[in-house]
Design a binder for this molecule. Structure first.
Ligand code: PEP
Ligand code: MG
Length: 598
């Protein structure tokens, strides 16, 4: 039963379009902490507390075994062994008897007793110098969260293994937790943190599920089982919708389905402006499981394959051979279409929770050892080389290109290119076939890279502008922080000027330039990007249809005038309004439905 009895409306950040109506599952794992207030119990209740503790342990064991069973066909035996080690922790005699003794001696609730005991274990083990022991403390923490969730009667991420569709509500959900969710049983997301370019939003779009992010105030009022509507177009969430409201949204949902299905029938049409300019529309792909999307949605190829998801939630980096199998599949599914494989971009909000890289615990991960910086550190070079070898070998099977993220200076490009050359030699020694002329490109996602684009263009074959980070680093706005989301403005004059500078530099050196940040898939920015002269837009596959429909109604010449005017604007909203005005003139209905859902 909901804590609120009547229909209530909330507004968050629209992060992935679509509408869904259904029951909520509140995920509690992130909100659990080990510092609960001390709750004193009566002596006569000791047995009851011990019984609840044992029941929570039993439930935890069942959950872990269930998950293990469910995913055993999807992961290798080494990863599967994690579940065995988790089961051993639940069975640990010392942990159990210490907790039971704590309850008896201090007359406290089982939650408090368990928190105190387990917290002491975690502190001792995590302070040991051995990396192995530090990793074990993470496992204990994981299991402890699960036990605590069961003691409190809250849901834990693990419950996603239960059958039945539900809308996930969580105060926070990291990318590594998002990829663990059971896609088939997830209808949509409402998350307390994050904004449009946080990686959880990007994953929601890849999953084609509606999502509203940065919505705090719903959590005290909703509980698992409540019915809500999630409108990912407008960022509206409705708790306890009346029948009348549900019908309105069902109608909206239907209208959407009809519209998006009609776009699919246009998937083989050329992405061409009315005056004959072709703008290539490629797909951003996060998982090999989604690679068929490029054919479903008529993508020109893969403009960005985010390889870091092959590393997240793993105990060990995937071997070169394992990665080769994935990249080869991409090449084969894409046939002759281009596939841009971006090397590991771990860091920022895509932290590998298992710390499989020799990375430090840094105060400011977005500005720290992220992406190429991490790969070029001494302890990580071999992992980097293994990945490059996998990409090179896969290049024998299709049109593969390699791309490096987070470049800030020429030196990083020289270093990475010399590593590629070393790995090419190793391939020769092993007799591995590869494309000797494989194109090497870089992401332009830092202001420094954009400003030295002229120099960078001399040493690479292509640029891909990562506007998600370019906006974050230029405007000093954390891309996943909902509190400053209002300042995250891709049409800010500084961003348009940097993009213009990059395109001009690329033109002078005759290399191609793409945009693969979320800006590329947002219809409102499309006229600006085309007008600035970008050759390719790469986006979540489902955005290709709407963007193509707009491009087919646009005149290139008009967008060039628009871009010139926008470059003179003094603020983001002026530039955006110019673009919106153009779109409402040429395709009012399409724009209405793409942005509002009806
Ligand atoms: C970007 O920064 O725009 C980008 C595409 O990379 P990511 O979102 O993975 O950081
Ligand atoms: Mg980036």
């Amino acid at each position: 039963m909901s804590k609120v009895q009547y229909e209530t409306l909330y507004h968050g950040i629209p992060a992935s379009s679509g509408i869904t109506i259904g029951a909520v599952l509140v995920l509690g794992s992130k909100s659990l902490d080990f510092n609960d207030a001390k709750t004193i119990i009566l002596e006569e209740n000791i047995d009851k507390e011990i019984y609840s503790f044992q029941a929570a342990l039993k439930k935890t064991k069942e959950q872990i075994s269930d998950i293990k069973e469910k995913i055993k066909s999807q992961i290798n035996s080494r990863d599967l062994a994690i579940f065995d080690s988790h089961l051993l922790i639940v069975d640990d005699r010392a942990l159990i008897s210490e907790t039971e003794n704590f309850i008896t001696e201090h007359l406290t609730s089982s939650e408090y007793a368990f928190s105190q005991v387990v917290n002491r274990y975690i502190k001792i083990i995590s302070s040991l110098p051995e990396k192995y022991m530090q990793e074990r403390s993470k496992d204990i923490e994981d299991v402890a969260h699960r036990v605590l969730a069961n003691l409190k009667g809250e849901s834990c991420l693990c419950e996603d293994a239960l059958p039945g569709q539900r809308i996930i509500l969580a105060k926070d959900l990291t990318p590594s937790e998002t990829v663990l969710l059971d896609k088939d049983n997830t209808q949509g997301f409402v998350i307390g943190t994050g904004s449009q370019t946080s990686h959880t939003a990007i994953l929601a779009r890849a999953m084609k599920l509606p999502a509203v992010l940065g919505l705090h105030n719903i959590f005290s009022e909703v509980q698992s089982g409540d019915i809500i509507i999630v409108d990912g177009f407008t960022g509206t969430v409705i708790l306890n919708p009346t029948e009348e409201t549900q019908n309105i949204y069902l109608e909206k949902e239907l209208k959407n389905e009809v519209f998006f299905s009609s776009l699919l029938t246009e998937k083989d049409m050329t992405s061409e402006t009315t005056d004959g300019h072709i703008i290539k529309l490629a797909a951003n792909v996060e998982s090999v499981d989604d690679v068929e999307d490029i054919n479903t949605y008529g993508a020109y190829g893969i403009g960005l394959f985010r390889t870091e998801y092959l590393f997240i939630n793993k105990d060990q980096p995937p071997s070169s051979e394992e990665q080769f199998v994935v990249f080869k599949k991409l090449a084969q599914v894409a046939k002759k279409k281009p596939v841009v494989i971006r090397t590991i971009d771990i860091g920022g909000d895509k932290l590998s929770e298992k710390n499989i890289f020799n990375s430090l615990n840094e105060q400011n991960p977005f500005l720290g050892s992220r992406a190429i910086r991490l790969c070029l550190q001494d302890g990580n070079i071999q992992v980097f080389k293994d990945q490059i070898m996998a990409i090179l070998r896969a290049s024998a099977f299709g049109n593969i290109k390699i791309m490096f993220p987070m470049i800030t200076c020429l030196d990083e490009v020289y270093k990475t290119k010399s590593i590629v050359n070393e790995v090419k030699q190793e391939c020769d020694e092993h007799g591995f076939l590869y494309n000797k002329k494989i194109e090497i490109g870089i992401m332009i996602e830092t202001p420094s890279a954009a400003m030295i684009a002229d120099h960078l263009a001399e040493v690479v074959d292509f640029f891909s502008i990562g506007t998600n980070d370019l906006v974050q680093y230029t405007l000093a706005v954390d891309r996943s922080n909902e509190n400053v989301a209002y300042l995250y403005q891709p049409s800010h004059p500084s961003i348009l000027k940097l993009i213009d500078q990059v395109v001009q530099a690329a033109r002078r050196k005759k290399i191609w330039v793409s945009v693969c940040g979320e800006m590329a898939g947002n219809p409102f920015f499309v006229p600006l990007l085309i007008g600035l002269g970008v050759n390719e837009l790469s986006m979540s596959p489902a955005s290709i249809g709407p963007v193509k429909r707009i491009i087919r109604k646009i005149e290139m010449y008009e967008t060039e005038i628009l871009a010139k005017e926008a470059l003179l604007c003094s603020c983001a909203s002026d530039a955006l309004n110019l673009s919106k005005e153009m779109l409402y003139n040429i395709a009012p209905e399409t724009i209405e439905i793409i942005t509002k859902g009806s």
